[in-house]
Design a protein around this ligand. Sequence first.
Ligand SMILES: Cc1cc2nc3c(=O)[nH]c(=O)nc-3n(C[C@H](O)[C@H](O)[C@H](O)COP(=O)(O)OP(=O)(O)OC[C@H]3O[C@@H](n4cnc5c(N)ncnc54)[C@H](O)[C@@H]3O)c2cc1C
Length: 378
Amino acid sequence: MTMDHIIIAGNGVAGLTAGDTLRRLGFEGELTVIGEEHHATYSRPALSKAALAPGDELAVNFLPDATHGGTELLGRCTTGLDPEKRTVTLDDGTELSYDGLVIATGTHARRFTGSAREFTLRSLDDAVQLRKRLESRPRVTVIGGGPLGMEVASGAIGLGCAVTLVHPGTPMLPHIGPLLAGVLTEAALEHGLTLVDDFVAEVRETAEGMAVTLASGAELSSDVVISAAGDIPNDGWLRDSGLLVDGRLVTDGRCRVRDNIVAAGDVAWLDGADGPRRSPVWTSAIEQAKTAAAALLTGDEAESLSFQSYFWTDQWGMNLKISGPIPHGDEQPVVVKGDLAERSAVLHWPGQGSAAALNIRMPIPRLHKLAQSEPASV
Ligand SMILES: Cc1cc2nc3c(=O)[nH]c(=O)nc-3n(C[C@H](O)[C@H](O)[C@H](O)COP(=O)(O)OP(=O)(O)OC[C@H]3O[C@@H](n4cnc5c(N)ncnc54)[C@H](O)[C@@H]3O)c2cc1C
């Protein structure tokens, strides 16, 4: 198939990487990137870290400029897709034809109410609003104890707020396993976080602020709520395209939805042995975008997606980097360096393909190498 014009929907890290990769692989045709936000591509992970750090100003980490040289339509969004006609519709009704399409429209945050006192953190604009509000030191309830909820709670306490976080069980347990989740939760409590072990039944605005009703029947009141309770793929514009399977945008192992349509990043469900799964983390979006771009140009000749998973978080003055899947059982790691009791250690789970560096600087390739090594060695 001749590819004269490729459209990329979404200019987050997956869209940017796809565009740059297409050029690197020799695509010389027309490239159009459509991005709903008015901003150039920036580091989304930094929004819950550097952007909430104490200091005079919000720090924005823009990514290096795109090298793809395509036409960027920023502040515009795709509203429809006709895969048979090979056209994408934009919010002003314009139809654009494509030969190849990259879908990289990411996700939006789940909300409980329409109240202006409920904040979420997904975009740079969200971060600007949230930081401004937190600087007036409101009483905050954070809903959700995943990495985002814990980072936001850490940032809010750093800015002088009193923070209660609601989460059933130990925060971040499914993400980083019991050992490391225990270490970070202990640090959170030392920093003054109030942790409530419960489910949220209802959230509503009151005359004084916000009320969060828990499954136990108890009620928490605060000035603002920050919801960090999951994200929803931005696939509404694909509703009538026939591409969604059970409401999901499912790709094969080369990130293909169809021969001339690929998808990458948080919006995409990658089919695998355990069924379709999303992998909504930064490095996964980058690797998916590289695979997707190659598959769009070379089809079956492209390599299937394969990479060592990587995740990091900054909270409570600590940095944690993880390579591979952290065991969720009782498996104890080998302490390769440092001391976990001092919250500074390199850990290795031999045979599990996993390693972690807590508060110890370690280049990512070295951490990957340790995760894959047997027996433990740095
Ligand atoms: C606050 C925060 C902190 C995070 N921290 C970490 C972390 O520490 N480590 C980690 O690994 N991951 C982290 N993540 C996840 C990581 O940022 C995402 O996995 C990554 O940004 C996904 O990239 P993406 O390009 O798929 O989607 P996005 O970055 O969401 O980009 C999609 C873009 O498409 C735009 N768009 C949406 N709909 C349309 C449309 N119809 N038309 C055109 N454009 C559209 C969106 O506005 C957006 O700009 C964090 C996420 C958030 C929100």
